[in-house]
Design a protein around this ligand. Structure first.
Ligand code: IPE
Ligand code: MG
Length: 232
């Protein structure tokens, strides 16, 4: 979800106004995902690197997050959406953690629709944490490094139990992954759009899904293997 700052600057507004509008976009895109049958939606809301921003912007983002969680929990329950988080949430302000715990608990029994918020998330710290957790299993005699596989390591990733993303969308014209789900997105389709996040509409979301639908996903195989008759 990139481009909030630029959206605000283009209008001579403070960056936080862009973030505020960005929250509106989140509501619309959660709604659109439901309509499109997207059962798993992950939003990169705050990266492990975003702490570098000016303290006032970080506090404002945390307040917005707190407000979003408080105001949205009823909506999530009404739509039967289960909330998940990935990232080191224990390092978030106590007030945010409190709202998070409430929302996670209130939605924990839902099974069909899933909204994951990446909060204080970064792939590299996630992998380091997973390696440490795996190493502890080895020390306890429960894992044998000779039998290590990606699947076994992935059980210790923040995303354990969640499917890999099929599609990753980045807004605002940047063509970067920026430490987002690096392992999980190994075979994801990537869509980059110039639209700034506050302007990203349900129609833009549907366009990205349409682009995804038109791609051939081979997962290392050949096109002929996937559609044996099509090329003859
Ligand atoms: C939102 O966009 C990303 C968040 C951390 C919430 P930015 O704040 O990165 O917007 P730009 O890149 O400055 O335009
Ligand atoms: Mg940015």
């Amino acid at each position: 979800m990139d481009g909030n700052g630029r959206w605000a600057r283009q209008r001579g507004l403070p960056r936080i106004e862009g973030h505020r509008r960005g929250v509106e976009t989140v509501r619309h895109i959660v709604e659109a995902s439901g309509q499109c049958g997207v059962r798993y939606l992950t939003l990169y809301a705050f990266s492990a690197e975003n702490w570098k921003r000016p303290a006032a912007e970080v506090s404002a983002l945390m307040l917005l997050l707190q407000g979003f969680l408080r105001s949205e929990v009823d909506e999530l329950v009404a739509k039967k959406i289960r909330l998940h988080t990935i990232g080191r949430t224990a390092e978030l302000p106590a007030a945010v953690q409190k709202e998070l715990a409430r929302a996670l608990q209130a939605t924990a029994h839902f099974t069909d629709w899933h909204l994951t918020l990446a909060l204080n998330y970064g792939s590299r710290t996630e992998v380091a944490d997973a390696a440490a957790a795996y190493a502890r299993e080895v020390l306890a005699g429960r894992e044998d490094p000779a039998q290590c596989s990606y699947e076994k390591l992935a059980r210790h990733l923040n995303t354990a139990g969640l499917p890999d993303p099929d599609l990753v969308i980045r807004t605002s014209g940047e063509s970067r992954i920026s430490n987002f789900l690096l392992l999980q997105a190994a075979y994801a389709e990537l869509v980059f759009t110039p639209v700034l996040w506050p302007d990203f509409s349900p129609d833009d979301f549907r366009s990205a899904l349409a682009e995804y639908s038109g791609r051939e996903r081979r997962f290392g195989a050949t096109g002929e293997q996937l559609q044996p008759t099509a090329s003859r």
